[in-house]
Design a protein around this ligand. Structure first.
Ligand code: SOE
Length: 386
């Protein structure tokens, strides 16, 4: 029987636009889906971006996101723009009766995130926020084992998401470094990921204390509008602009209804750490270690092992979770881009389910509430309740 097709419009054609295009293109090839996604329209900000539309797999391209979102033939709107545009596009899409996928963080502020949630709940369609690391096979395995009690009582959740792409003082100003475009810096960008992973693996952060830091307070303005990753000090203008967001955020959290202490570090100033999203969980019956730069592997310490065998096991996450079997035989491993394919698989397979397993705008608001409280705590230098 022919499957129902769903037409997708993606708004935003830069780094996340490329990752999501790959996901929409691959998801139907590698997973059995109840519906068939059609890559209808890619919307960009600049005409030159639209030159990629065809090779990214889109049937059409447009510079007008509003007209595209309101097209009656569009079923899903996928938002891959800078954060400040998330609310206006998501609310428009919800009002137009579309399903909405939106990159993290949901918004620049908690209020915007709450408005987005209200709009999609009013719209009555499905909504997902792109917390992609939940879809790493190793994270899935770790969650299964934590939920099954294999680690016992969780004492510590420890996350350090470290990058180094702006440690060069000549790296020019980009949208991720301006509050008006991004909300917060490392906190909202990569702190959002580790906060969500804490929620996914251990439980809700109930109160925090924190410190935030901007190491380089002025950056040269590049002559062209560049994305976060492709600017390499190309500026000739020698105009400077103020960095008004954090380069790093460090926070401690207590977990609701658990005897757990959580520590978080989100920094873009750790030379050598390219995309080192590292998670450690320590419990009464054992421990986990994982990091994104080695994403197929996690290390498991089982406190019940005999003394002669005490030590972390190095496990390749291939069996026993819903993703890797769709790709290759055990040990052939997968990469960063596969996480987005897994996201879209869950979204497309659960369109008719009331309770979904992927991160919704509701989960994203819970994350945004923590980020907002971290900023408050950095200001007050006190513990603040989420
Ligand atoms: C930049 O820090 C970034 O592109 C994040 O925005 C993504 O969410 C992360 O997956 C990789 O790094």
């Amino acid at each position: 029987m022919a499957r129902k097709t769903l037409n997708v419009a993606m708004i935003g054609a830069s780094f996340m636009g490329k990752a999501h295009s790959n996901a929409w293109r691959k998801v139907d090839m590698f997973f059995d889906l109840p519906v068939k996604p059609v890559m209808k329209v890619m919307c960009g900000k600049f005409p030159e971006e639209l030159e990629n539309a065809e090779r990214y797999g889109w049937e059409e391209s447009s510079l007008d996101w509003k007209e595209t979102v309101n097209r009656p033939d569009i079923d899903i709107v996928d938002i891959c723009t800078p954060n400040f545009l998330h609310p206006v596009i998501a609310i428009e899409a919800a009002k137009a009766g579309k399903h909405v996928v939106c990159e993290k963080p949901l918004a620049s502020t908690l209020k915007e995130a709450e408005d987005m949630l209200a709009a999609v709940e009013q719209g009555g369609k499905k909504h997902m926020c792109g917390f992609s690391y939940r879809f790493a096979p190793a994270i899935q395995k770790m969650k299964q084992m934590i939920d099954a009690g294999e680690l016992g009582e969780i004492f510590h959740f420890r996350a350090a998401y470290q990058q180094d792409w702006i440690v060069d003082p000549d790296f020019p100003m980009v949208w991720r470094l301006k509050k008006e475009h991004t909300g917060s810096g490392a906190l909202g960008d990569i702190g959002a990921h580790i906060t969500d992973l804490c929620h996914f693996l251990v439980g809700p952060v109930a109160e925090v204390t924190s410190a935030m830091q901007t190491f380089i307070k002025e950056r040269v303005v590049a002559d062209s509008d560049v994305g976060a990753w492709d600017a390499k000090g190309s500026a000739k203008s020698k105009k400077y602009d103020t960095v008004d967001v954090d380069d790093a955020a460090v926070y401690i959290g207590r977990i609701k209804d658990r005897n757990t202490l959580a520590t978080f570090e989100a920094t873009r100033f750790a030379p050598g750490r390219r995309n080192y999203n590292a998670i450690e969980v320590y419990g009464s019956k054992g421990s986990f270690l994982w990091n994104q730069e080695d994403m197929n592997i996690f290390h498991y310490y089982n406190s019940a092992d005999p003394d002669t065998l005490q030590g972390f096991r190095r496990i390749i996450a291939c069996e026993g979770q819903p993703y890797t079997e769709a790709w290759w035989p055990p040990g052939h491993i997968i990469g960063y881009e596969h996480l987005f394919v897994h996201e879209m698989r869950e979204f497309l397979c659960q369109l008719d389910q009331n309770d979904v397993t992927y991160p919704t705008f509701g989960d994203a608001v819970k994350c945004q509430r923590v980020l907002d409280t971290v900023e408050k705590a950095a200001e007050s230098r006190k513990w603040e309740t989420v």
